[in-house]
Design a protein around this ligand. Structure first.
Ligand code: URA
Length: 305
């Protein structure tokens, strides 16, 4: 089992890979980390008065001390990497799709763990779209725009996703769009409390939120799923399932009894605007269209060639 310290170390590596060069850590936190190292690293004690230190199994369903306070500090980034409780089991109520989705949304919005990780004034994000969608897209996690609006894929990557859906002959309202995670993964904020940049969710964060995505799949019951990018694919296929996205993208897999296509995240196209990159995603989406029984015109077939 991974210890809290190894989760913390992974997180620091991840931050480094994302260009974070310095972390300010309070004396309290350093003392707590030292104590954890000396105790063999089996658990990390609370490292500041406003932190979460939750042993994985003992705190299921218990309220969690909010990790974020108005005081901007890099301590919180360390806090966010501490173990999360296991997800609390829940059962969807009987009723029609709307009633079940409303119940699920209420449940996610009142989840104390989600609430503890959303910074003040920002929103927990659940999926949107048609409850009768044939196609469900699954992304990674809310970003800056999404946590403000409380809706997935509304920022630049989301606008591109909306255009991709349009190119498939569908509207955004006809599909369902969800994320693996329900809050924006925290990284250090600046002195004014603004978070610049994003980091991928940790395995523990994905594990915590996955039941909520499963419930959305159960309610919508789409014909197929499309995982957008590495994190979504890791969440659905398992962390050890592949080393590079290229191994699994463009192929059919299965999740929750549904056919699952893995493709690149739209942000990949924002970074690589070549027709070659666009065509790679488009070929995956052509497979999705065929499997979803959508008509494909010759013109659509030839996009980005
Ligand atoms: N990227 C994602 O994966 N999901 C969002 O909601 C926004 C950007």
């Amino acid at each position: 089992m991974r210890t809290a310290l190894s989760v913390l170390t992974d997180e620091l590596r991840r931050l480094k890979a994302h260009g974070v060069k310095h972390l300010r850590v309070s004396p309290d936190s350093i003392a707590a980390l030292r104590a954890a190292v000396h105790s063999g690293g089996a658990s990390v004690p609370a490292i500041a008065p406003d932190t979460v230190a939750v042993p994985a199994t003992e705190n299921v369903g218990k309220p969690v001390v909010p990790a974020w306070t108005p005081r901007a500090s890099t301590t919180e980034a360390v806090v966010s990497s501490l173990p999360l409780p296991l997800p609390t089991p829940f059962v969807l109520p009987d009723g029609d799709k709307r009633a079940r989705m409303d119940a699920l949304c209420a449940r996610v919005q009142s989840d104390p763990v989600c609430a503890a990780h959303v910074r003040p004034g920002k929103k927990i994000v659940v999926g949107v779209g048609s409850l009768d969608a044939k196609v469900m897209f699954v992304g990674e996690a809310p970003g800056a725009e999404e946590e403000v609006q409380g809706e997935p894929f509304v920022g630049p990557a989301g606008q591109l996703l909306t255009r991709m859906i349009g190119a498939m002959g569908l509207s955004r309202a006809e599909v369902y769009i969800g994320n693996i995670m329900n809050w924006r993964p925290e990284i250090p904020v600046d002195a004014s409390g603004i978070q610049y940049g994003n980091r991928p969710p940790t395995e523990a964060e994905l594990r915590y939120c996955l039941p909520y995505l499963r419930a959305q799949i159960e309610i919508v019951n789409p014909g197929l799923l499309v995982a957008l990018g590495t994190t979504a694919a890791q969440g659905l296929l398992g962390f050890g399932a592949f080393k590079a996205l290229g191994e699994v993208r463009g192929h059919w897999h299965e999740f929750a009894g549904k056919p699952l296509m893995v493709t690149y995240h739209p942000s990949y196209i924002l970074r690589n605007q070549s027709n070659r990159s666009k065509r790679m995603i488009w070929e995956d989406l052509l497979q999705v269209m065929a499997r979803a029984g959508l008509s494909v015109s010759d013109r659509q077939r030839g996009y980005f060639l």
